[in-house]
Design a protein around this ligand. Structure first.
Ligand code: PBG
Length: 343
């Protein structure tokens, strides 16, 4: 019945399709598959997010992120040494701030001796060759768990930006290489760029979370930094609606105009279309964040024996590369780097 079948008499008598193109030819062996592969993952693509806490020589498990722990500053330095050995280019730091230090204004964010600054200095002293990325947003520091100032249930944009600029300066002063605003306030990239430049930090890069969605995939992260229980309401008045794609282009266009050096999309796998659109449109270094909920889903399934852990992590990270990402924030970074090093 199929018009495309032209049985040709063969020596063996087997019917054969009359095809000029047989895409399977390129997949016939491992060497050929490697030869034609369009995107592949290297250790240079990995950014390792770590959680830091007060104290000494301790690690604390995070229930919803099995295999990930909060680290004291000295343990964070050890993690950085390990990362540098593996040639992971950069770490991203996220603090678990003691609840007694949190207040409605997030004032601890501006303490030049806060946990983030201590960690920056300690790692820079021991492992100066690794890149350090810091998150600019107030949520680890506020008693209400929001990224900005809250007044009568509303997030104040411009007042928040003013504080974020000061937070960025405190981080740059302590040694941050890349400032990554994840707060989604309007106008913050331009304000932070101006603030950094005025203070002489013209070489400090800005990686803007250009397209950050209001996502349920951040749940385990909020456990990790201790905001899961305290967060009042949700973040939908500043983080983006998951149904929107064109809006991500508008957000990114503003960040590029305002001076962003790099763009980021978050969460990761469910938003690969956004990674692709931003990369195609702006051509800037573009990053994706495989967030805590993605990690939890994958790692949970691995630990249950439901999926092949070795392969699924590599496949998920390679998918980011195929979508155009230049790098990926992933809690799998050290494990993946070890595997890549083993060949
Ligand atoms: C906060 C911030 C969040 C993440 C990174 N920075 C959570 C949030 O917006 O509530 C999430 C990262 C993850 O889930 O792994 N500004």
């Amino acid at each position: 019945t199929s018009p495309r079948i032209h049985p040709v008499p063969e020596p063996t008598g087997t019917p054969r399709l009359d095809l000029v193109q047989r895409p399977r030819r390129n997949r016939k062996s491992d060497w050929s598959r490697r030869l034609v592969r369009e995107a592949s993952l290297s250790v240079d693509d990995l950014i390792w997010p770590i959680f830091v806490m007060e104290g000494r020589a301790a690690r604390a498990p995070i229930a919803s992120m099995p295999g990930v722990e909060r680290l004291t500053v000295d343990e964070a330095v050890r993690a950085a040494v390990h990362a540098a050995k593996l040639k992971i280019p950069a770490l991203a730091l996220f603090p678990y701030i003691d609840p007694t230090l949190r207040d409605p204004e997030g004032s601890e964010a501006l303490n030049e001796n806060n946990l983030v600054c201590q960690t920056l200095r300690a790692i820079k002293a021991e492992v100066p060759q690794i890149g350090l990325i810091t998150d600019v947003a107030l949520d680890p520091f506020t008693s209400h768990g929001h990224d900005g100032l809250l007044e009568d249930g509303r997030i104040l944009n411009d007042e928040t930006v003013d504080i974020l600029v000061r937070q960025a300066l405190v981080q740059a002063e302590a040694g941050a290489d890349i400032i990554a605003p994840s707060d989604m306030m309007d106008g913050r990239v331009g304000a932070i760029r101006a603030g950094l430049d005025a203070a002489g930090f013209t070489d400090v890069q800005i990686m803007s979370y250009a397209a950050k969605y209001a996502s349920a995939f951040y749940g385990p992260f909020r456990d990790a930094i201790g905001t899961a229980k305290t967060l009042s309401g949700d973040k939908r008045t500043y983080q983006m609606d998951p149904g929107n794609g064109l809006e991500a282009l508008r957000e990114a266009a503003l960040d590029v105009e305002e001076g962003a050096d790099m763009l980021m999309v978050k969460p990761g796998l469910p938003y690969l279309d956004i990674v692709w659109r931003l990369k195609e449109t702006f051509g800037l270094p573009t990053f994706a964040y495989q967030v805590s909920g993605e990690y939890a889903m994958i790692e949970g399934a691995i630990r249950n024996g439901w999926v092949d852990g070795e392969r699924i992590v590599l496949e998920s990270l390679t998918a980011f590369k195929r979508a155009g990402a230049d790098g990926i924030f992933t809690y799998f970074a050290p494990r993946m780097a070890e595997r890549l090093a083993a060949g």
